[in-house]
Design a protein around this ligand. Structure first.
Ligand code: F6R
Length: 595
C-alpha cells in the first residue's frame, strides 16, 4: 500500500498536499515526495516519514500538485525510489499506488529507445510509456498506456503543457475524488480530503478521471462519460482515519481481502527470484507470538505443498537448543521486522551456518538487514496492536514460498502448481465472505462475552489456528483462553471443561472431521457450549454443536486463512462487548524490541 494525493485549485497546493499525505501515512511511510506545477514542475523527495520531506521543502507557490507516501515493493526505500517521478522532458509527472506486473518487458524496450530511468521501481516504466504516447492530451495518452500494462494501480499524472489538469485512473487500488468550489482534489482515502471538502466521488475499477479547478470528469473503461452523484461524508477526520470503523483492528480485519490480493500480486505467474531456496532440503521456521502461529501453519504448508521437511520454533527458545540437525534454511517471520527475539534467532542461525530468509512487512527493518534474503508481505501499516492483516499476509507468503520450493525441487508438476495457484487466487473472495458475515459473529460474541475461560480446539493445520484464536481472545478481551490440539484435551485439560467454558471448534470437512466431531462430543458431554467454525453447506454440523459460524469451502490447507478471520472477529466483538481498549490492549506493545 502507498498513499497518493493531488490538488488543483486556487490555493497554494503544497500545504494541502502535505496535510493530506499525513492522513495517508498509515498506508506507507518509508519515503515521500511532492511535485508542484508553477509554470514548470518542481520535485522534492525524501526518505522516511512526511516530516523528513517537510524539513527539506522550500515554499512552493504553485496551485497544482501531486504527493505520494510510499510503502516499498519494487526497489528499496530511498530518495531516488520515492514518487512522484518526472519524465525525460521534465514536463510530465506521475505517482502510483500498486504494482505493475509486466514492467520488465516494457523497461527493456524503453531503455533501448533511450529513456533515462532514475529509480528501480516498476512505476517508472508507466511514466516513460505515457511520455512516448503523449500528443497534447494527457488522458488520451494514459488511456493508450493502460491497455498495455498488467497489475494493480491508482495513477496520478500532470503535464506542464496542460497546467490546470490532473489525470487519475485506478484498477484494484483505491482512489476517491474530492469536490470543492473552484478546487478539486483526489486521494487514496477519504481522510486526506476532509480538510478541503466532504463532498466525494468514489472512482471505480477501470475508470479514469480528469480534474481541473472547475470540474471533474469521469470516464468509463471504454472512454464514455460516467455520470455519478457525489456523496457527502459525515465522519470527522478521526473517524475517517479509521475508515468509519470504531477501531483500527476492525478496519484492518476488513482490509484482509485487499491485503491478500496485494501480497499475491505478480508472484503466482512470475515467481520472485528467491535464489536462497535453491538447494534447500529442510526448513526451520522461527518467530514469536502470532507470527509463530504462522510458522506452525507454515510447517504444514511446506510439507503438504512442497513436500519438504519443516519445523517451527519459538524465536526466544531457538538459540538455547542444542543442535544436531545440520544447516536447514531458516525462515524468520516477523511482521515488524524489529522483534528482538526473532532478530537474535536470525543471527544465531547464521552463526550456525544456515542460510536465512525473512518474511516481513517492513522493507527496511532490522531483520531484513540481518538475513540473506527477504520475502515481503504487503499488508500496509497495521495500527491495532493485535496482528490481523499482517498474519493472513504471512500465511499467503508461506503459500508462495511453498509453491516456489515445490517447483524448484520438482515435487510439484506444472499441473499441480496451476491447481494450487488457482485456489490461492480465490482466497480474497473467500475472506470477503467471512467479513460479510461479521453481524452473525457479533451476535454470537454477545452471548459468550461474559465468560471467564474459553477453549479453542483444532487438528492438523487448524491446531495452530486454535492457538491463534485463543491468543487473540486473551490479548484484546482479557478472557482466559487456551488453544489445544483437539486430541490432546483428554490427556489433561478435559478436567477443566464445564458448562462455564465455551469451546470453539475448528471443523473444516477434511480428513480430521470425524475425529473432531468425536472431540466435540467429549466436551459437550461435560456440558460445554460448543461453537463450530465450519464450512457452508455442512448440514451435519448443527447436530453436534450449539452454534455455528460459517466460512466458505476452501481446500483444507487454505482453511486457516478463512478460519482465522472468523476468530479475529469473534475476539474483536467479545472485547468490544466487554468494553476493552481494543487497539491498545493493556501491557502489550506493537513491537517488542527486548528479549
Ligand atoms: C499478536 C501480536 C504479537 C506479535 C509478536 C511478534 O497479535 O501482535 O504476538 O505477533 O510480538 O511480532 P512480530 O511479528 O512483529 O515479530
Amino acid at each position: 500500500m502507498c498513499g497518493i494525493v493531488g490538488y488543483t485549485g486556487e490555493q497554494a497546493a503544497l500545504p494541502i498536499l502535505l496535510e493530506a499525505l499525513k492522513r495517508l501515512e498509515y498506508r506507507g511511510y518509508d519515503s515521500a515526495g511532492v511535485v508542484v506545477l508553477d509554470g514548470e514542475l518542481t520535485l522534492h523527495k525524501a526518505k522516511g516519514e512526511i516530516r523528513e520531506l517537510e524539513n527539506v521543502l522550500p515554499d512552493l507557490p504553485g496551485t497544482l500538485g501531486i504527493g505520494h507516501t510510499r510503502w516499498a515493493t519494487h526497489g528499496a526505500p530511498s530518495q531516488h525510489n520515492a514518487h512522484p517521478f518526472v519524465d525525460c522532458t521534465g514536463k510530465l509527472a506521475l505517482a502510483h499506488n500498486g504494482i505493475i506486473e509486466n514492467y520488465g518487458v516494457h523497461k527493456e524496450a524503453l531503455l533501448a529507445k533511450g529513456h533515462k530511468f532514475t529509480s528501480e521501481t516498476d512505476t517508472e516504466v508507466v511514466l516513460h510509456l505515457v511520455e512516448d504516447a503523449y500528443e497534447g492530451n494527457l488522458e488520451e495518452a494514459l488511456r493508450a498506456v493502460l491497455s498495455r500494462i498488467e497489475g494493480a494501480y491508482a495513477f496520478a499524472l500532470t503535464h506542464a503543457d496542460e497546467p490546470r489538469k490532473l489525470v487519475v485512473a485506478r484498477r484494484d487500488s483505491p482512489l476517491v475524488l474530492g469536490l470543492g468550489t473552484g478546487e478539486n482534489l483526489f486521494a487514496s482515502d477519504v481522510p486526506a480530503l476532509l480538510r478541503t471538502t466532504s463532498k466525494v466521488l468514489y472512482l471505480m475499477d477501470g475508470e479514469l478521471a480528469v480534474l481541473t479547478p472547475e470540474e471533474v470528469r469521469i470516464q468509463a473503461p471504454d472512454g464514455s462519460a460516467v455520470d455519478r452523484k457525489p456523496e457527502v461524508v459525515t465522519w470527522d477526520v478521526e473517524d475517517a482515519e479509521r475508515g468509519g470503523f470504531p477501531h483500527f483492528m476492525l478496519k484492518e480485519i476488513f482490509e484482509q481481502p485487499e491485503v491478500i490480493h496485494a501480497t499475491l500480486l505478480g508472484r503466482l505467474s512470475d515467481f520472485e527470484n528467491l535464489e536462497i531456496l535453491r538447494g534447500a532440503d529442510r526448513v526451520q521456521l522461527v518467530a514469536c507470538g502470532t507470527s509463530y502461529h504462522a510458522a506452525l501453519v507454515g510447517k504444514y504448508i511446506l510439507e503438504e505443498i512442497a513436500g519438504i521437511p519443516a519445523s517451527a520454533e519459538l524465536a526466544s527458545e531457538y538459540r538455547y537448543a542444542a543442535r544436531s540437525d545440520g544447516k536447514p534454511l531458516v525462515v524468520c517471520i516477523s511482521q515488524s521486522g524489529e522483534t528482538a527475539d526473532t532478530i537474535g534467532a536470525a543471527r544465531e542461525a547464521k552463526r550456525r551456518g544456515s542460510r536465512t530468509l525473512a518474511v516481513t512487512n517492513y522493507v527496511d527493518s532490522s531483520l531484513t538487514r540481518e538475513v540473506d534474503e527477504s520475502l515481503y508481505t504487503r499488508a500496509g501499516l497495521e495500527i491495532g496492536v493485535a496482528a490481523t492483516k499482517t498474519f493472513t499476509a504471512q500465511l499467503v507468503a508461506l503459500y508462495i514460498l511453498a509453491l516456489r520450493l515445490g517447483i524448484l525441487r520438482g515435487t510439484l508438476t506444472p499441473d499441480e502448481a496451476r491447481k494450487w495457484t488457482e485456489e490461492i487466487r480465490a482466497l480474497p473472495r473467500a475472506v470477503q465472505a467471512v467479513v460479510d458475515n461479521a453481524p452473525a459473529i457479533e451476535a454470537l460474541a454477545r452471548e459468550f462475552s461474559q465468560v471467564r475461560d474459553m477453549f479453542f480446539i483444532g487438528r492438523n493445520v487448524n491446531f495452530p489456528m486454535a492457538m491463534e484464536g485463543a491468543h487473540k481472545m486473551k490479548e484484546i478481551s482479557y478472557v482466559h483462553a487456551e488453544g489445544y490440539a483437539a486430541g490432546e484435551l483428554k490427556h489433561g485439560a478435559l478436567a477443566l471443561i464445564t458448562k462455564e467454558t465455551p469451546v470453539v471448534a475448528l471443523l473444516p470437512q477434511d480428513h480430521t472431521y470425524q475425529k473432531m466431531i468425536g472431540n466435540v462430543g467429549e466436551v459437550s458431554a461435560r456440558g460445554a457450549p460448543v461453537v463450530a467454525i465450519g464450512y457452508e453447506g455442512d448440514e451435519e454440523l448443527e447436530k453436534y454443536v450449539d452454534a455455528t459460524i460459517r466460512v466458505p469451502w476452501v481446500r483444507s490447507i487454505y482453511s486457516p486463512v478463512v478460519n482465522v478471520v472468523a476468530l479475529q472477529l469473534l475476539a474483536y466483538y467479545t472485547a468490544r462487548e466487554r468494553g476493552c481498549s481494543i487497539d491498545k490492549p493493556r501491557n502489550l506493545a506493537k513491537t517488542v524490541t527486548v528479549e
